[in-house]
Design a protein around this ligand. Structure first.
Ligand SMILES: NC(=O)c1ccc[n+]([C@@H]2O[C@H](COP(=O)([O-])OP(=O)(O)OC[C@H]3O[C@@H](n4cnc5c(N)ncnc54)[C@H](O)[C@@H]3O)[C@@H](O)[C@H]2O)c1
Length: 458
C-alpha cells in the first residue's frame, strides 16, 4: 500500500521507517526543510535506538523517500497519515492548527480515493472536523475516508513499540478504510481494536491519563512512605508483583514530564470541562505532579538555605526520560532552571540531550560536560534527574573523591541508599527516610528553636 506520512517527528519518522520496512512504499513529508535535508543526508534529526539503520536501509532500497512537498506525497499515495504535533495551547486544550492546515492542503491535492488517517493525538470530534474540512476544500470530485489510528509508542523504544505493539486502535465509520488499515497491521498478529472515531480518539487520552495517574499515585505514596519510614521502592515492588497492578509506571520520582503526558492530561481535563464535567481525579493528578518537583526542590533549599549562589552542582540527566534526546516538558530541565535561578552554578551531562538542552538553557552559569564524571569536578553535590541506566552504575568511590562534599540528591531513586549511606554520603531520594531527610529535619527543629528564642527576646 502506498503511504504518505505527514510530519516526520518522533511518531512520523519512526512510522514512515517501519511502514516501509514492512514492504510499503512510503513518502515522508515535513514542512521543516532542515529536518528533511538532514534525513536525506542520512542524519537522524532525533535520537531513537535502531531508527537510523532502518531509515538508511529503506532509503537505499528505494521504498522510503522524503520531501517538503505535501502535494507530491499526497498525489503518490493511497493512505495519508497525519503525524504533526498537537501541543498544549494556553487554555489547556490541544492546539490543532497544524492538523487543520494539513487537512486543507491534503484536500487541495487529492487525485483519487484516499484514506486520511490521524495518528496525532487529538481530542474527541477532531476526526469529524477533519472530514468536514476535506469535504469543503476538495479540489476535484474525489472519494475519501477518514480514520483515527492513535499511536502508543514510547520515546526511547519507539522502533520496538511500533513493531511489537500491545494493540492497534483503528476508528472509522467506513468499512473500506477499516479494512485497508487492518491489512497494514494484521500481519503483526496483535489485537486490533476497531471502533467508531470518537472512541478511538478517547482511547488514547484515557490511556495516557491513566498512566499519568499511576505514576502520580506512586509519587503521592512516596510522600507518605518518606514521612512514615517506609521505602517506596520496596512498596512499589510489592505492589507491582500483583498482576492486577503490574510493575510498569510504579517508580517514584520528580513527576512526569515529556511531550505527551502533561499536554494530554490537560487536554482530557479540558474536554471533560467542555462537556460540563469536572474530572476531579485528573485535576488532582495535574496538581500533585506539580507539587512533586516542588517537594524535591524544598529538600535542597532546606539543606542549603534559599541562596545557592556560592554552590556548584553536578547534574546528571536532562532528557525527560532515559534513552531519548527529547527535553520537551522535562522536569529535569525545570529543576535546572530553578537551581540556576537561586544562584547555583551547574555542570551538566546527558548522554543524548546536550544539544537540545543548550538551545533552551544557554551558556550562562552552565557548563556542558563531556561525561558524567566531569560534572563532579568542583561541585558541592550531585543531582540525578533522569533515569539513564549508566547513572545507576556510577563508581561511587570516585564520586565521593571528586565531589567537594559527599551529597547526592537522587530524583529517580537510581542508587541503593544503604550502599550510598555506608560510603559516607548525605543522601536524598524520593519516598525514603534517608540520612539526608533526617539531617534537614534536625536542622528544621533547630531553626524553629532559634526562631522561638529570638521571639522571646523581643
Ligand atoms: N512523541 C511521542 O512519544 C508520541 C507518542 C504517541 C503519540 N504522539 C503524538 O503524535 C503527534 C506527533 O508527536 P511528535 O512527538 O512526533 O511531534 P514532533 O514535534 O516530533 O513532530 C511533528 C512534526 O510535524 C511537522 N509539521 C508540523 N506542521 C506541519 C505541516 N503543516 N506540514 C508538514 N509537517 C508539519 C513538524 O515540523 C515536526 O517535524 C502528537 O500529536 C503527539 O501527541 C507522540
Amino acid at each position: 500500500m502506498k503511504i504518505c506520512v505527514v510530519g516526520t517527528g518522533y511518531v512520523g519518522l519512526v512510522g514512515a521507517a517501519i511502514f516501509s520496512d514492512w514492504g510499503n512504499p512510503v513518502i515522508g513529508v515535513d514542512k521543516d526543510e532542515n529536518k528533511i535535508g538532514r534525513i536525506k543526508a542520512g542524519e537522524m534529526p532525533i535520537y531513537e535506538p535502531g531508527l537510523s539503520e532502518i531509515v538508511l536501509k529503506n532509503i537505499k532500497e528505494g521504498s522510503l523517500s522524503f520531501t517538503t512537498s505535501l502535494a507530491e506525497g499526497v498525489k503518490e499515495s493511497e493512505v495519508v497519515f497525519i503525524c504533526v504535533g498537537t501541543p498544549q495551547s494556553e487554555s489547556g486544550a490541544a492546539d490543532l492548527s497544524a492538523v487543520w492546515s494539513v487537512a486543507k492542503e491534503i484536500a487541495q491535492n487529492m487525485n483519487g480515493y484516499k484514506v486520511i488517517v490521524i495518528k496525532s493525538t487529538v481530542p474527541v470530534g477532531t476526526n469529524e472536523r477533519v472530514k468536514k474540512i476535506i469535504q469543503e476544500n476538495l479540489s476535484g470530485n474525489c472519494d475519501f475516508d477518514v480514520a483515527s489510528n492513535p499511536e502508543f509508542l514510547r520515546e526511547g523504544c519507539s522502533v520496538e513499540d511500533m513493531r511489537n505493539p500491545d494493540r492497534n486502535v483503528i476508528g472509522s465509520d467506513s468499512p473500506k478504510a477499516l479494512s485497508i488499515l487492518r491489512s497494514l497491521y494484521e500481519h503483526l498478529g496483535k489485537p486490533i481494536v476497531e471502533c467508531d472515531l470518537r472512541s478511538a480518539e478517547m482511547i488514547k487520552y484515557a490511556s495516557n491519563a491513566f498512566l499519568a495517574t499511576k505514576i502520580t499515585f506512586v509519587n503521592e505514596m512516596a510522600q507518605v512512605c518518606e514521612r512514615a519510614g517506609a521505602d517506596i521502592s520496596v512498596v512499589s515492588k510489592g505492589m507491582g508483583l500483583d498482576r492486577r497492578i503490574g510493575h510498569y509506571f510504579l517508580n517514584a520520582g520528580i513527576g512526569y514530564g515529556g511531550s505527551c503526558f502533561p499536554k494530554d492530561v490537560a487536554a482530557l481535563y479540558k474536554t471533560s470541562s467542555d462537556q460540563d464535567y469536572d474530572f476531579n481525579l485528573v485535576r488532582g493528578v495535574m496538581n500533585v505532579n506539580k507539587s512533586q518537583k516542588e517537594y524535591f526542590l524544598q529538600k535542597v533549599f532546606r539543606y542549603y538555605g534559599k541562596n545557592l549562589s556560592n554552590k556548584r552542582f553536578a547534574v546528571l540527566g536532562l532528557a525527560f526520560k532515559n534513552d531519548t534526546d527529547d527535553i520537551r516538558e522535562s522536569v529535569a530541565i525545570e529543576i535546572v532552571k530553578y537551581l540556576r535561578g537561586a544562584g547555583a552554578l551547574l555542570s551538566v551531562y546527558d548522554p543524548q540531550a546536550m544539544y537540545n538542552s543548550k538551545q533552551i538553557l544557554g551558556d550562562n552559569g552552565i557548563k556542558y560536560c563531556l561525561d558524567k564524571y566531569e560534572t563532579l569536578e568542583g561541585s558541592d553535590a550531585l543531582f540525578i534527574l533522569t533515569e539513564w541506566k549508566e547513572f545507576a552504575s556510577l563508581d561511587l568511590e570516585k564520586v565521593k573523591l571528586t565531589l567537594r562534599e559527599p551529597v547526592i540528591f537522587d530524583g529517580r531513586n537510581l542508587l541503593d541508599w544503604r550502599k550510598v549511606e555506608s560510603l559516607g554520603f548525605t543522601y536524598f531520594a524520593v519516598g525514603k527516610r534517608t540520612n539526608g531527610v533526617e539531617k534537614i529535619e534536625r536542622k528544621d527543629v533547630y531553626s524553629t528553636a532559634i526562631l522561638k528564642n529570638e521571639n522571646n527576646h523581643h
